[in-house]
Write a protein of this length. Structure first.
Length: 705
């Protein structure tokens, strides 16, 4: 294998040829080369701009070489970042941490180049040549990005900005690592089967396998089995959620819940001090750039008009959801009381009693539905839907691409004529020892028209953390896991079906953060579409379709506990927004205490004393959602309204659905970041989005006669 695999910067990465030693050796070499090339570009621009009588600078002179530098770094450092998320090792983590400051320094240097900024402004201001709308938008976005990266700062102020940028990057990485470590380190081995009453057999098998892998044995020294144990419980979602939802043992639920909400809040893994430092440093950065706070800075590059507009939306939803959530909690308490529970319900009781109420009200056992959703069939259903809506074919291409773990699969996306459009990796299963929790889509390769006319096709990473197979049993998905897969595939579709030839605006690039969830949330709606759901829901052993009654129950239960679910998202979003717009050390409140004040009006069960949820809130402290978590609800208005366009033509009307799908593909999925989201949406819908569909889908509207 070539020693410079990490520096190849094109094509699919050979993941098995990349290790921590290469990161330490080759990232510095890459940065040195990029720095040298960027200096040469600056010299050329400086000479070009300063030369009297020289013709105006052209797009082709500036943007392709500038983008090429950034793309080389994105490819190489992107592979390293990807591997730390899906194949984490102590050695790789340490190498990533060692090189990250220099990566940030180079990015800051580019973002603060006065001559580059001058060249971009000159290109944007020219009247002597024509820029198309996409090029204009790319330039405007790049100039705003450079402003946010400190191009307008000088001397000591810029040096302080740069030091803070490096520190924030390091804190973000440490935060994420602490959560991963805390999740991995906690476990509980159960030897008494009675403690696991109510837990499905499938889960017991998974927990027994976890115990065997960890070297646990029964009292007699026997290997762990689903029937006899022991069983090893953890805080990863496939282990944690079934216990909270199904375990009859209230003490066991309480133990796991308290461990989960206090992750990364103690000892060497305590993220509390990191949170305060992150918030304080973000506030400093915002003020250096002329903003009142980080939220104001964040929203300057988003679709929403500002903090007040977001507060208004969240308050409208909070006011609608709170009374519904209060009624839902009342109903859970009433059910528990009827079943002989004398205590008022605590947070670790809610999932359990919600499942009991779901079964009573709808005669629906979500766990019992898993055999109808084996991963291979769900994928077939998803791919068939995409063919129906967007006229594409998706084919397995396992073995055609390098992978980073045996769980990973590779697929190709083709149009109906067989022409290749894109590819994607799917890494579906939870691996708590080495893989970050959650689900996400990321870019592997971006669409790009090469100078010689060749086209680089986009390739996406699609990462989930669903229940893994067990023995001969395939991954049997919960309905929530099905929705998550559809969600991430929506992101992937926008990346893969782009037709924008400028890579800076292709796919999800240059799409405002609060609009980027539109395709993903749109795809979730199809999980309830009769043809889609019934087409993929077949029992994994018998092949029998999902009973009609169960389909109707799923649809009827769609708005079940939606008040609580909506209020939960509002709590997260308001906490995020106000931490970044109102909190400061001078308040005399810790971020945790500040969050608890917000909880007074955004929760129906206050956080328990040991709840340190913020310490694991990776979206805003280790991801891109700082002062942007509201984006989920903002985009949900768009996605629900977009799906209603299909409802209006009739979901069973194939020709009309296909025509609407073609319009969706040619606008939302195709145009990416080439135009403002509102403009693209109007091209699809013929009007601005309305919140009526979201209110209807969520069941939060008052019933009218």
């Amino acid at each position: 294998m070539p020693p410079s695999e990490l520096l190849r910067c094109e094509g699919l990465p050979r993941f098995d040829a990349i290790d921590a030693e290469q990161v330490d050796q080759q990232i510095p070499a890459l940065l040195a080369d990029l720095s040298e090339r960027f200096t040469a570009l600056e010299d050329q621009l400086r000479a070009r701009i300063s030369k009297p009588g020289s013709p105006p600078l052209s797009w082709d002179e500036l943007m392709p070489p500038f983008h090429a530098l950034g793309e080389r770094l994105r490819w190489s450092w992107g592979v390293v970042t990807h591997l730390t998320a899906v194949r984490n090792t102590p050695e790789l983590r340490e190498a990533h941490a060692r090189q990250q400051p220099d990566v940030v320094r180079f990015s800051n240097r580019v973002g603060q180049s006065v001559v580059l900024h001058q060249a971009l402004r000159s290109l944007l201001a020219q009247d002597t040549h024509t820029l198309d709308a996409t090029q204009t938008r790319i330039l405007e976005t790049e100039l705003l990005s450079m402003q946010h990266r400190g191009v307008g700062l000088q001397g000591d102020e810029q040096q302080a900005f740069n030091r803070t940028s490096e520190r924030l990057a390091a804190l973000s990485t440490s935060f994420s690592n602490h959560v991963l470590d805390a999740t991995q380190q906690w476990s509980l081995v159960v030897h008494d089967r009675d403690q696991l009453q109510g837990v499905p057999e499938r889960v017991l098998e998974t927990l027994a396998v976890a115990a065997a892998t960890a070297g646990e044995r029964s009292a007699s020294g026997a290997e762990p089995t689903a029937a006899n144990g022991p069983w090893r419980l953890g805080l990863d979602m496939p282990s944690y959620l079934p216990i909270l939802t199904h375990a009859e043992d209230r003490t066991l639920r309480e133990t796991l819940y308290k461990a989960y909400v206090s992750r990364a809040s103690q000892g060497d893994l305590d993220n509390g001090p990191l949170i305060e430092e992150i918030l304080a440093l973000r506030q400093e950065q915002a003020k250096r750039l002329g903003y009142s706070n980080w939220a104001e800075l964040s929203l300057a590059s988003k679709m929403a008009d500002g903090v007040d507009a977001v507060e208004t939306l969240l308050e409208e939803l909070r006011a609608a959801a709170l009374p519904v959530a209060e009624q839902e909690l009342k109903e859970l308490n009433q059910l528990a009381a009827r079943r002989g529970v004398s205590e008022t319900l605590a947070p670790w009781d809610v999932s359990y009693w919600a499942e009991q109420l779901r079964r009573e009200r709808f005669d629906l056992d979500q766990e019992a539905l898993r055999p109808w959703f084996p991963l291979p069939q769900v994928l077939n259903g998803l791919f068939s839907l995409c063919e129906r809506l967007f006229a594409i074919r998706i084919e397995a291409a396992d073995g055609d691409a390098p992978i980073w773990h045996e769980d990973v699969r590779f697929f190709r996306v083709l149009d109906r004529s067989g022409e290749a459009l894109a590819g994607f990796y799917l890494d579906p299963f939870s691996r708590p020892a080495s893989k970050r929790g959650g689900a996400w889509m990321d870019e592997c390769l971006n669409r790009k028209q090469q100078a010689n006319g060749d086209l680089t096709l986009p390739v996406a990473y699609l990462i989930c953390n669903q229940t893994p197979p067990s023995g001969d049993t395939p991954s049997l998905m919960s309905f929530e896991e099905v929705e998550t897969l559809f969600h991430e595939f929506g992101h992937g579709l926008q990346h893969m079906l782009t037709t924008v030839d400028h890579p800076q605006a292709a796919g999800i690039n240059n799409v405002e953060w609060d609009a980027v969830e539109l395709p993903s949330q749109f795809m979730e709606n199809w999980c309830f579409d009769r043809r889609t759901l019934m087409g993929m829901a077949r029992h994994w052993t018998t092949g029998e379709p999902l009973p009609e009654a169960d389909y109707n129950k799923l649809c009827s239960s769609r708005t079940f506990m939606q008040g609580s679910g909506t209020l939960r998202q509002i709590h997260f979003a308001l906490t995020d927004l106000r931490l970044h717009s109102q909190w400061s050390p001078e308040l005399g409140l810790s971020p945790d205490a500040f969050r608890r004040r917000i909880a007074e009006s955004t929760t129906v069960l206050p956080p328990i004393a040991t709840d340190r949820f913020l310490c694991a809130f990776g979206h805003i402290f280790a991801g891109g959602y700082a002062a942007g978590y509201y984006s989920y609800k903002w985009a949900e208005v768009l996605s629900a309204d977009a799906f209603s366009a299909f409802e209006e033509v009739g979901l069973e009307q194939d020709d009309a659905v296909a025509a609407t799908g073609e319009r969706f593909r040619n606008t939302i999925l195709s145009l990416g970041g080439s135009l403002r989201p509102a403009e693209i949406y109007r091209q699809f819908r013929g009007r601005d989005a309305s919140s009526a569909a979201l209110i209807r889908h969520s069941g939060l509207a008052a019933t009218t006669s």
